[in-house]
Design a protein around this ligand. Structure first.
Ligand SMILES: NC(=O)c1ccc[n+]([C@@H]2O[C@H](COP(=O)([O-])OP(=O)(O)OC[C@H]3O[C@@H](n4cnc5c(N)ncnc54)[C@H](OP(=O)(O)O)[C@@H]3O)[C@@H](O)[C@H]2O)c1
Length: 264
C-alpha cells in the first residue's frame, strides 16, 4: 500500500460528491491536496474539511475541465510553482438524462469535452511531469455506464467507455504510470442534478436511484484503498453491479433487463 503522507495529490471535481470525499480520505493520511473544479466557494469548504481531517496542505483551483484555455492556465500555475503530482484523481464529470435521438449533438460534444477530453487534455499537458516521475498513480473515475449502454445516457456511456481505451494505452506505454479505473455504480451524490437534458438545459432533479445509492464516504474509502494498492480497476456500488457480470456472462439476459431497470 502506498503511503500518501506529504505526497502531492490533484483531485479534479473535488468541490462535491465523490471527489470531495476522496480528497478528505487522502487528507486523513496527511497528503498535500490540490483541489480543482469550477465552484470556488465549495472548493474552499472542502479545503477546510481536508485541513481538519489532517491534510498537510489543501488548496483550491478554479478550473473548467471542458475548456483547454482554463486547463492551460492551471497547468502554467502549478508548473510555475514547481509542483509535481504523485497522484492524479481525474474525477470531474457531468451526466446525461435524455434519449439518444432527442439529444442535440452539442450536448454529446459537451459531455465528451468534460468527461473525456478534459482528463485527456490535462494528462497531455502534464506530460512533462509524468515523463520524469518515478511513479505516478492516475485514478480515473469512469462508471458502470462505461461498461455497457444504458438508457438516457448515450453520450455519458460513450465518454466513460472511451476513458478505458486512452488510459489503458497510456499505462501500457509508461511503466512508471499506474492507472486505477474507479467504476462506480450508483453513489449517493447530487450528480443527477447537474445532468444535461437533450436541449442542453440542466435536469436539476435528485433521482431516486442516486439517493438510494452507496454512501459517498464508503465509496471514497473503497476508491482510496484501490488507488493505494495500484489496483487496475475497482467496481464500487451495490446490487446494480450485478449488471456488469450479467453483461459479461449472459449478454442476452442483459439486453432483456437493461431496458427495464429505472434510469432515474
Ligand atoms: N454518483 C454516481 O452514482 C456516479 C456513478 C458513476 C460515475 N460517477 C462519476 O463520478 C464523478 C464524480 O461525480 P459525483 O457523483 O461526485 O457528482 P458531483 O457531486 O456532481 O461531482 C461532479 C464534480 O465534477 C465537477 N465538474 C463538473 N463539470 C466540471 C467542469 N466542466 N470543470 C471542472 N469541474 C467540473 C463538479 O464541480 P463544479 O460544478 O464545481 O465544477 C463536481 O466537483 C463523475 O465523473 C461521475 O461521472 C458518479
Amino acid at each position: 500500500m502506498i503511503d500518501y503522507q506529504g505526497k502531492n495529490i490533484l483531485v479534479t471535481g473535488a468541490s462535491s460528491g465523490i471527489g470531495a470525499a476522496i480528497a478528505c480520505r487522502f487528507a486523513a493520511q496527511g497528503a498535500r491536496l490540490f483541489l480543482a473544479a469550477r465552484n470556488l466557494a465549495k472548493l474552499e469548504d472542502v479545503c477546510r474539511r481536508c485541513m481538519e481531517a489532517g491534510a498537510a496542505q489543501a488548496e483550491a483551483f478554479v478550473v473548467d475541465f471542458s475548456s483547454e484555455s482554463s486547463i492551460d492556465a492551471f497547468v502554467e500555475t502549478v508548473k510555475g510553482r514547481g509542483v509535481s503530482f504523485d497522484c492524479l484523481v481525474l474525477n470531474a464529470g457531468i451526466s446525461q438524462r435524455a434519449l439518444t435521438l432527442d439529444t442535440d449533438i452539442s450536448v454529446d460534444r459537451k459531455i465528451m469535452e468534460t468527461d473525456y477530453f478534459g482528463p485527456v487534455y490535462l494528462t497531455k499537458k502534464l506530460s512533462y511531469m509524468l515523463r520524469s516521475a518515478k511513479l505516478v498513480n492516475i485514478a480515473v473515475t469512469s462508471s458502470i455506464s462505461g461498461l455497457f449502454g444504458f438508457p438516457l445516457r448515450s453520450a455519458y456511456c460513450a465518454a466513460k467507455a472511451a476513458l478505458f481505451g486512452f488510459f489503458e494505452a497510456l499505462e501500457l506505454e509508461n511503466p512508471n504510470i499506474k492507472v486505477t479505473f474507479l467504476i462506480p455504480g450508483r453513489i449517493n451524490t447530487e450528480i443527477s442534478k447537474s445532468a444535461v437534458l437533450g436541449d442542453g438545459s440542466t435536469y436539476s432533479q435528485m433521482d431516486a436511484g442516486q439517493a438510494n445509492g452507496m454512501d459517498v464516504d464508503k465509496c471514497a474509502r473503497i476508491a482510496v484503498r484501490a488507488i493505494s494498492k495500484c489496483k487496475h480497476r475497482q467496481l464500487i456500488g451495490g446490487v446494480e453491479l450485478l449488471m456488469v457480470y450479467i453483461k459479461k456472462y449472459c449478454p442476452a439476459l442483459f439486453f432483456k433487463l437493461a431496458g427495464k431497470v429505472s434510469a432515474t
